[in-house]
Every structure is written in C-alpha cells, then in structure tokens.
Design a binder for this molecule. Structure first.
Ligand code: CUA
Length: 335
C-alpha cells in the first residue's frame, strides 16, 4: 500500500508546492526583500550574508555527504572496517569552523541591531507620532499640525522619526518594504528612524495580535517626491469646501449623531477616539485598508460597521439607507 501511495503523495506534494510558490512575488506589496528604505537595506544586507553563508555550507555538506555515501558504500560480504575512536584534528575543525561562521554572521547582525535601534534622529528629520488603536492607525505630524489616519504620507529621501504610541493594547507597526516590525506598547516609547528611498505605495499591517480585527488593521504608506508631499500637507491644512445637496444633508446628520463624540472634522466636531475625517475623501481606502473608499462602501459601513469589520468600536448609528447615503456623500466629498 505504501509503495502504491508513494508516487501519488510525491505528486501531490509537488502540486501543493507549486500552488504555494505561485503566491510568491519578489516585489509583492508585503515583500520583505524590497529595498524601500535605508532600514530595510541594512536588514537585507544581513539576510544576504546569512543566505550566502548557509547556502555555501549546505552545498559543501551535501556534496561531501553524497561523495561519502557513494565512495564508502559497503559492498556485499565484506567485514566490518576498522573502528576509529576520536580524531583531534577533525574535532578541532568542527569546533573552530562553526565558531568562525557564527562570528561572520554575528558581527554584521549586532552592528545592524545597534544601528536600527538608534534613538538619535538626524537634523531636519520629519517627526510623525504613530498611534496604534484597535483597529486603525493614527498619524500625527506635530511640526506640520496635520493629523490623518491609515494612510501615512512621507517625503522620499528625508529622514523620518516614527514615535510609536499605544493608547490601548499592544500592536506592532510593520511596513515590509520600509523595514522590520516594531511593537507599539502602551506606556513605552518605541521609535523607528528611517529614510524612505523608493517613491510609491507601500503596504503595512499590524503584526501583533491585538483582538478581533487584528487582521483588518492595515495601512498604506505613500512615499512621495518632496513637492508632492508639500502639496499634500497644504491640502490637509486647508478647509474642505462647504458641502452642497445630499452632502449638506449628510453633514447635518453627522453633526447631530454620535459620530461627533469620536471623530474630528475641522469646524464640525472634535472627537479624538476615532480616525480624523477632516480630509477623509482624499484617502483611497476605508476601515484601515480594508475596502476601497467609495460612496457605496462608506454607506454600507455607516449602516452596519460590525458586518464589514468584526469587533469594530464604531457603534451602529441606526441610520436609514437614505441617511447613510447622505453621510457617505458628505464624507467622500471631504478631499
Ligand atoms: Cu493591532 Cu494587531
């Protein structure tokens, strides 16, 4: 039976491997091997050293092993060969060689650990306070007087200091293209200093289990040329245009609903427990990267947030379909 199963199991294993491998992409949105910042380049330097070191050692071991297996195969009807106990040279060799290998790996690793844990920030670095909430990200730019959520804008080539704050439970900030993950711990001051080097969209994700919607706690990082970033900052500081039509009805509904207790919209409300919505319409996604930010999705969200994101802190507001559409028109118009 085993003999008959063997080839089938092997074929299934190869098929499973192919299916799994088809999900691999060198430059995928969550790939750790994209050199998007100095931080990630430093980590990848260590990866490269370890990969080459272990690859070469593995190759040597398997070649020698293969040779020994073939060369010293016991022919039939031979007596047991001479039995040897101990060999000082060999034993010294297999003690010293691994020690050298460990040293080759340890020196750059320790260097990179110290460099990426640096507390000092280069002059002129952009400061961003990252606040991780169940289950969304708040980004505050204290020097620019800008507050946004779930989509972090950074200028390319300028150092940034991310000050990580946890107002509720432990989370972990992770944007694979930009570097390693770092925990966001209530009562602890963790920070990441990095310089984004590749313009474009980089995906991030909370990497520490933090409750029901941990898996739905994504973020987007937009690394932009300096001029584009400055234009975005100017847009964030500007007051959105007064709503008209359905959007004006939506604003009225927003202003007299529970929304105002948690959300800030400049000039309308000043809540601090939920994402700042002053320029919500300018964001590409909804609910921490879960859904495209379209009027239909926003209407569905305000009608029944629990259905779209399990555990979400936002209550059911009891809005009618029409009211939800008006609120969605208002919010998506806040560019
Ligand atoms: Cu926040 Cu997991």
């Amino acid at each position: 039976m085993l003999v008959r199963c063997g080839p089938l199991v092997a074929r299934l294993a190869v098929a499973a491997l192919l299916v799994l491998a088809s999900g691999c992409a060198w430059d995928g949105p969550m790939s750790t091997v994209v050199r998007g910042s100095d931080f990630n380049r430093a980590i990848l330097r260590v990866y490269t050293i370890i990969t080459w070191a272990t690859g070469i050692i593995g190759l040597v071991v398997f070649v020698v092993l293969g040779y020994i297996l073939m060369r010293f195969r016991r022919p039939p009807d031979t007596r047991l060969p001479a039995q040897i106990r101990g060999n000082t040279l060999l034993e010294l060799g297999w003690t010293i060689m691994p020690a050298i290998v460990l040293l080759v790996i340890a020196i750059p690793t320790i260097q990179i650990i110290f460099r990426t844990q640096t507390q000092g920030a280069p002059a002129g670095a952009l400061r961003v306070t990252v606040r991780a909430w169940q289950w969304w990200w708040e980004f505050r730019y204290p020097d620019l007087d800008v507050v946004t959520a779930n989509e972090l804008h950074l200028p390319v080539g300028r150092s940034v200091v991310l000050e990580l704050e946890g107002p509720d439970v432990i989370h972990s900030f992770w944007v694979p293209h930009l570097g390693g993950k770092r925990d966001v711990v209530p009562g602890r001051h963790n920070r990441i200093v990095l310089t984004p080097e590749t313009p474009g969209l980089h995906w991030g994700q909370c990497a520490e289990f933090c409750g029901a919607s941990h898996a739905n706690m994504g973020m987007r990082v937009l690394v932009q040329p300096a001029a584009e970033f400055d234009a975005w900052v100017a847009g964030q500081k500007a007051t959105p245009p007064e709503p008209t039509g359905a959007a004006a009805d939506g604003q009225a509904i927003f202003a007299k609903s529970a929304c105002v207790g948690c959300h800030t919209i400049a000039g309308v409300s000043a809540g601090v427990l939920a994402p700042n919505l002053t320029h919500f319409g300018g964001r590409s996604t909804l609910a921490a990267g879960m859904w495209p930010n379209t009027p239909d999705n926003v209407a569905a969200w305000v009608r029944d947030p629990q259905r779209l994101k399990p555990g979400v802190k936002m209550p059911d507001l009891g809005l009618t379909e029409e009211q939800a559409k008006a609120v969605a028109a208002y919010l998506t118009g806040l560019k």
